[in-house]
Design a protein around this ligand. Structure first.
Ligand SMILES: [Zn+2]
Length: 299
């Protein structure tokens, strides 16, 4: 099963980005739509019990063309993301602006993935108005998939950025796995260990380093599981399982409030949980835990 925010049902049509005439045709397409983003809030509409992506017809608004990001086509219809221009009254939209994480589980899964893509692109544009090399303004190019410095002596190209973060369920090779909590978590929630990948480091190197830093364990048999785009604001979570060489913990008190070994039996039987819960099903952490509990990995 596809992870939440993955598998957006969009044909990205990267070739359109560099072909101005193709882009003009998509902008003029009668079915072209825009996914508006206000700050980091996506436009959504309620449809009975569920929430769907909100759209506005491209032909219905005259928002600056340069601010439109071409996402691709969905069932043949060209789809753009755009920031709501300053001065627009959000209350006049036939829906509401919401944070994707807040309404997550209520969203139709395909729509959540599309909104995630839109949010990530608009956030990147909002934060990269100036060149990190010379300080001049930058402007969007290639249908919003690149920005270029306006200083002709610089002309540095800037591309959307995704920060890689690994997340790992450490197990003992038998019937226990390690879950931990940081002080930032909601009370009683335990999850997998996680950390950002540093320059000069492979994903596997990062798993080994972070686990040792956070709980003092040496791990081996690092195995990839799955990944999840996490545009809050610009990450991708890359999920692993790894086997610990011992069970002796030495916690980094700044990062980890508590870490414990939990049995497969305990994790697999909610009736045993007391003052304890794990992340919701939309999170890759949960998938890592559930698949280990089910014996699908790491043994
Ligand atoms: Zn520059």
């Amino acid at each position: 099963m596809t992870l939440w925010l993955s598998g957006a049902p969009i044909d990205r049509q990267a070739e359109v980005r560099t072909r101005p005439e193709a882009l003009i045709a998509q902008l003029a397409h009668p079915d072209a739509v825009i996914l508006p983003v206000a700050g980091t809030a996506n436009f959504v509409v309620r449809d009975g019990e569920v929430v769907r992506a909100g759209i506005v017809a491209r032909a219905a608004v005259d928002w600056p063309e340069a601010s439109l990001v071409y996402l691709g086509t969905r069932e043949g219809a060209p789809m753009f993301a755009a920031p709501v221009p300053d001065g627009e009254d959000l209350t006049t939209f036939p829906g509401e602006f919401q944070d994707l994480r807040r309404i997550g589980p209520a969203l139709v899964a395909d729509d959540a993935a599309v909104l995630s893509y839109a949010r990530a692109m608009i956030y990147w544009h909002a934060k990269h108005g100036f060149c990190g090399v010379c300080g001049h303004p930058t402007q969007p190019k290639e249908a919003g998939h690149k920005r270029i410095c306006v200083n002709p002596d610089c002309a540095t190209e800037h591309f959307p950025r995704t920060d890689g973060a690994m997340i790992v369920v450490v197990h003992d090779g038998q019937d226990h796995c390690l879950l931990a909590r940081s002080a930032r978590f909601p009370p009683n929630m335990y999850s997998a260990l996680a950390g950002f990948i540093e320059p000069g480091e492979s994903l596997e190197d990062c798993v080994v380093r972070e686990v040792f830093e956070e709980v003092g364990l040496r791990v081996t048999d690092v195995g990839y599981h799955s990944s999840q785009p996490w545009p809050f604001p610009r990450s991708i979570m890359i999920g692993f399982h790894a086997r610990a060489e011992s069970r002796d913990l030495k916690l980094d008190q700044d990062e980890i409030e508590d870490a414990r070994w939990f049995s497969r039996d305990y994790l697999g039987d909610k009736r045993q949980w007391k003052d304890f819960f794990i992340p919701p099903r939309i999170a890759v952490a949960r998938r890592l835990i559930d698949d280990w509990v089910a014996g699908r990995v790491g043994v």
